[in-house]
Design a protein around this ligand. Sequence first.
Ligand SMILES: NC(=O)C[C@H](N)C(=O)O
Length: 602
Amino acid sequence: MADYNLSSLGQDLQLTSPTTSEAHVLVINTGGTIGMTLHDNVLAPKPNAFVQSLRKLPILHDESYAICGSDNTLVLPMNKDNKRIIYTVMEYSPLLDSSNMTTDDWSQIGKDIEKNYQNFDGFVILHGTDTMAYTASALSFMCEHLGKPIILTGSQVPIYQVRTDGIDNLLGALLIAGQFVIPEVCLYFHNKLYRGNRVTKVDNRSFNAFSSPNLAPLANAAIDITINWDTVLRANTTAKFQVSTELNSNVGLLKLFPGITTATVRAFLQPPMQGVVLETYGSGNAPDNRPDLLEELKKATDAGVIIINCTQCLRGTVSMSYATGKVLIDAGVITGGDMTSEAALSKLCYVLAKKELSLDTKKKLMAQNLRGELSLDFADTKLCLSDSRFIQVIAQSLHISCKEELAAIRDALTPPLACAAAKIGDIEALEALKEMGSNLCLEDYDGRTPLHVAACEGHLNAVNYLLSHGATVYAKDRYGDTPLCNAVHYRHRDIVELLRQTRAHFSQDRLEELGRELCSLAASGDLEGLEIWSLAGADLMKPGYTGQTAIEVVGIGTVVGGYYECDEYDDNGDEVNKMQHVWISVFARFVTSSLPHQLRHL
Ligand SMILES: NC(=O)C[C@H](N)C(=O)O
């Protein structure tokens, strides 16, 4: 179990140089081969050595770049897009071989992500490969309304050895977590980024240890990193990010084999068992000539045990093509479609822990696609790009015939079209673009997304629509501005409120600037401005470049023995009192929690 103290870390993390080309990633090191050394001829985790060894690797740390922060903060060399990825490593104690992990460790990782969510652009979890697919699956369910990338990685050979795959894996995970807003729990290994709840470990000798048999990778890292944006999930919600760290451990995994005895099945299904993944043959089949065995399954489902049918095959889905499959439905078993056993098991842990839900709702959730872990039937596929008359006409005039070129045209055309629709708050036009299969998160040539534009223009409905259709609040344009910065700048209070609901916040690389802006608003007595910045989550006690806070700049008060005393800085006493009154109300409303005790009573 981790005992890392984050309070010191949280402070230090804000101290990096304020340029718009920095991204901040938190690396949580849970253990695994990547940080192991040989003891008595076997590999075991080596504590307190990982960061020092990263420091010595120029590819993973650029000593010439000045960063402030904790001793565990490092920086990657500048990448092709002139971006610096600054990362802070939090090491768990003890470090674990992932075979030793339990659901408590999943909860701990979830808690640490939640605690630090605001301070980082992305998260990398270093983890052993043996149970990485389970942890990745579990985190994908636990992280509700996720808006930032969480990437698990590790290695097959320790980072301390010459032929390690750890450097490439860590570097790739950091680059993706720091550069792309992929709001999913992913697993990065051997140049591929996978959806975390779709993978399974398939090889313990090759560097290519994982497979995602039923879903193509989300990204490929070759000369360039290519993201398959059509597959990437979107939050599609205005709800706040939260981590559900309660997990139910009364779950099990039962693999059928020819001749399995009824006694084994009965023993397995005894209380306190509440959820079981039944690994069946082929397309979800079990012996239909074994009434004894089917009877045990039926008794358990009648007693409220949720049993999910997952295939033992690596690829394919559970379908009711055979009589041997249908008998399981009759026994109350729920079809698991193309879910991996790892995903189904951790989904049970997550769903069964939701005490407020009825058994029926829990069963329904298990059959539903919650985080992209399950392919639904494709019968109701939406109108796709090739159905769009507009794109077709353009494609014809450009003599475009293949699917890839068509997709490239769509991706080039839709950002400016969507931004234009957002500019006038035209939701119908946004809807039409969405229907064409367009991704409403794509950026224009200045890195601006439709959400930036709608936030600038104050179109609340358009902002709401975009947030409900996959737009990310964490997109940064070429100036480093997020939609929240834009809404604050143009003083659209309602939009700031809506964006804050989704947990949008100022990014770490703007904090220094923020202090300056607050001081200048204070200097000009712009209370409305201060109020909207505060509403957007700005800390009004943040000092500007002179080291003064907004309060000190305006020079209206000092705390003396428990009351607020006004300094006379104006000839007109009334003015000062009025000013003091407004200031007090602003500060009482927005900063009481961070003010000294005496001030809270004003
Ligand atoms: N490659 C690895 O990381 C395997 C190791 N036993 C672990 O899962 O922690």
